[in-house]
Design a protein around this ligand. Structure first.
Ligand code: NAI
Length: 719
């Protein structure tokens, strides 16, 4: 809604009222239309100020209304009507003016902003463009290059930058509404001709074609198949080359293509999924809203290798004091330098002072005695971790939460090393831990809801997307990665090359194909795990048995490469070759092609043509199938949890919504049919056998993803 009051004698003050961010719902739009009309026709009102209640101007469109039939007055004519009035209309921007909120402000004749407020057009992040005139007015106001950058990235801009760019007319540290009311009174009687942005020509640019070519190249490169950024460039081009009314027509046409695209739906799903995962639940019935987290102010990290360093930085940047412990003196010194460097660079980027004083270093585990929470990040070795947990139990004060960053070991087994297993959870960060958004919070059967709530809240404080998951081998993310990688190895045996597989996955939208990713993280990591699992058999070099382990098909290709020292980028060779160890540019390797040919010949494997479609179906459907098993096992509470994990931790293209959403888009019956086919061809690959939850969903008419939880609940209640 919107309320009109008369203040200072002759100012019509319109206040948007729709908590929490005054989104432009149908009722708010109707309220604006009505109050503007009333203010304009009231002879006592000389000027109008638009503001939002509760310290926020307007967060934009109400995305809960997306997908439903349009009701209430549309935005475009509403903003036009404001711009066309003969009384000055001034926006008083507190908090934020985002998306439709900024478009509304751009329809006003002046904009006053509080120094702590932000503005932006983030539509692109939801697969859309600013289609209430934003793509046409912003370039006319601030010029094509700046508008292109803001609209294609969706970046939020501070008040100071907004003033510099010319988006706003004045910044205030005082009460924004009072300042704006005074300002509005001061401009009464001035001509509004030069204040209507839609009448401005776009500021001239010397080589317009070149500017747009560069912008298009940039978005195509960074967007990897996302269509909204490309469409945003086209809309701004319309602003720069067409009269306003034609530009608006083009803006609407482009928006229509985006609205019906699956990408916008996927991105909006991700937006909701990111929020849904914070409302976690456990199979015991414990939930986010009934479990109270403990306050944490002092944390400790044990082991300052790749992960421990990043975790210490993330904790300090979140304002916690951190005790960082490492046994080796040299490693401790190196870590201190590295952590300080990361903190300094991060602080410089954010324009704040580095939190160097928050981190203290020690090689004595006794130093963690006063910590409220400890995160263990020593080598992935169960015996070592057990020892560390025993030491921590002896050293820490009662009630300290003990967390492990293990990527695959049994969290409950570690919990059993302590007298208080309810205080043990996994906090599985991703490398680099101070950068990557994902955190898997792993609860064991004995973890208390309070321990989970505390780890989830700490994750939030660190700016992570935290997802609560159950305890199993590889948890959610790595467990699903296993069948995906296995299929990629099998495809090599059947005739594909690493380049072909990676190209198919990268064209799908992954930041990196499976083999380039494996080279980056190091082939030896998986080799060590397979050795520990008793899968690596150096004597089995030929014959069918060489490719069977524990009764199922197995590809020893990764093991064979490791035996040759081909550990990936760090060794200068792996699935690809590199100029030198550590180099990042992967080049096809004739040695590897030759090796694959010999391997296939040795094992009597026929080579067949494999296309991109098969790569996608084999790799992705095997991964999705495991996702359904995870839901069936209750390891993840819902499909949104799995999708958030893949989008924020595994480079799954956001505009495809995550693997479970993608399965719904392709059609569950389709996924089932292809899995059945592949399993028939490869009966010795259990991962290709369709999971019963998938069958059940298809049998119940492939309901939309929002309804899957009901089917899952039924499955669980029957177990
Ligand atoms: P790393 O090998 O880089 O570092 C381990 C560090 O622990 C070393 O600096 C070592 O000196 C130290 N350490 C060993 N015993 C210790 C003890 N008793 N007390 C104190 N420090 C000790 O290993 P990384 O890669 O950092 O992995 C650590 C843990 O994080 C492992 O459990 C791993 O599975 C997990 N992880 C690793 C990821 C990665 O991408 N590297 C991703 C997610 C989890």
């Amino acid at each position: 809604m919107a309320q009109l009051t008369r203040v200072s004698g002759s100012v019509g003050l319109i206040t948007l009222q729709n908590p929490p961010v005054n989104a432009l719902s149908a009722a708010v739009r109707q309220g604006i239309v009505d109050t503007v009309k009333k203010a304009v026709s009231d002879p006592l009102v000389k000027c109008v100020v638009i503001c939002g209640q509760n310290g926020v101007f307007c967060g934009g469109a109400d995305i809960r209304e997306f997908g439903a039939p349009m009701t209430g007055p549309p935005l475009v004519p509403m903003i036009h009507a404001i711009e066309a009035t003969n009384k000055p209309v001034v926006a008083a921007i507190e908090g934020a003016a985002l998306g439709g909120g900024l478009e509304l402000a751009l329809g006003c004749h002046y904009r006053i902003i509080h120094s702590k407020a932000r503005v932006g057009l983030p539509e692109v992040t939801l697969g859309l463009l600013p289609a209430a005139g934003g793509s046409q007015r912003l370039p006319r106001l601030i010029g094509v290059p700046a508008a292109l950058e803001l609209i294609t990235t969706g970046r939020h801009v501070s008040a100071a930058e907004a003033l510099k760019l010319g988006i706003v007319d004045q910044v205030t540290d005082d009460n924004t509404v009072d300042t704006t009311v005074k300002f509005a009174l001061s401009v009464v009687g001035r001509s509004l001709e030069s204040r209507r942005i839609s009448t401005f020509p776009c500021p001239p640019v010397s080589d317009l074609d070149a500017v747009f070519d560069v912008a298009m190249q940039r978005v195509r490169q960074s967007a990897r198949g996302a269509i909204a950024p490309v469409t945003c460039v086209q809309a701004v081009r319309a602003a720069a080359t067409l009269p306003y009314t034609q530009g608006m027509k083009r803006e609407q046409e482009l928006m229509a293509t985006l609205f019906t695209s699956g990408q916008a739906r996927a991105l909006q799903y991700c937006f909701f999924a990111q929020r849904a995962v914070s409302r976690w639940s456990m199979p015991s019935g414990a939930r986010w809203d009934t479990s109270k987290p403990r306050p944490i102010s002092k944390a400790a990290v044990i082991g300052l290798g790749t992960m421990g360093r990043g975790i210490a930085v993330a904790l300090a940047q979140a304002g916690l004091s951190v005790v960082a412990v490492e046994t080796q003196e040299k490693q401790l010194m190196d870590a201190k330098q590295a952590v300080s460097g990361m903190l300094e660079r991060g602080a410089k980027r954010r324009g704040v002072a580095p939190a160097l004083g928050l981190v203290s270093y020690s090689h004595n585990i006794q130093a963690v005695a006063e910590a409220d929470l400890v995160i263990e990040a020593v080598f992935e070795d169960m015996d070592l971790k057990k020892k560390v947990f025993q030491q921590l139990s002896a050293v820490c004060k009662p009630g300290t939460l003990l967390c492990t960053n293990t990527s695959s070991l049994d969290v409950d087994h570690l919990a059993s090393q302590t007298p208080s297993p309810e205080l043990v959870v996994g906090m599985h960060f991703f490398a680099p831990a101070h950068v990557m958004k994902l955190l898997e919070v792993v609860y064991g059967p004995r973890s208390s809801p309070q321990a989970v709530a505390t780890a989830m809240q700490l994750g939030k404080k660190m700016g992570k997307v935290s997802v609560a998951v159950g305890n199993c081998r590889g948890f959610v993310g790595n467990r699903m990665l296993k069948p995906y990688m296995e299929q990629a190895f099998f495809l090599l045996e059947e005739g594909a090359t690493p380049e072909l597989v990676d190209q198919a996955l990268e064209e799908f939208g992954f930041a990196m194909g499976v083999f380039r990713m494996s080279d980056l993280s190091g082939l030896d990591v998986g080799w060590r795990v397979r050795k520990a699992d008793g899968l690596v058999d150096p004597d089995a070099t030929s014959g069918r048995s060489a490719r069977i382990r524990q009764g199922r098909r197995y590809s020893p290709l990764g093991d064979l490469l490791c035996e040759q020292g081909r550990f990936g980028q760090k060794a200068g060779r792996g699935w690809y070759q590199y100029d030198k160890p550590g180099s990042r540019v992967a080049k096809p390797d004739p040695w590897l092609h030759n090796f694959l040919e010999q391997y296939r010949a040795r094992h009597g494997l026929g080579v067949r043509h494999i296309d991109h479609q098969e790569v996608l179906e084999r790799c992705l459907y095997a991964l999705i199938n495991e996702g359904f098993r995870i839901l069936e096992d209750g390891i993840a509470a819902g499909p949104e949890d799995i999708d958030a994990i893949y989008v924020f931790g595994y480079g799954w293209p956001r505009y495809r919504g995550g693997p479970m959403f993608y399965a719904g888009m392709v059609g569950l019956a389709n996924v089932l049919e292809r899995l059945e086919h592949f399993h028939q061809v490869h009966p010795d690959v259990p991962y290709l056998q369709p999971c019963s939850l998938l069958r059940r969903l298809v049998a119940s008419g492939s309901p939309p993803i929002q309804k899957w939880r009901e089917v899952i609940r039924k499955v669980h209640s029957q177990l």
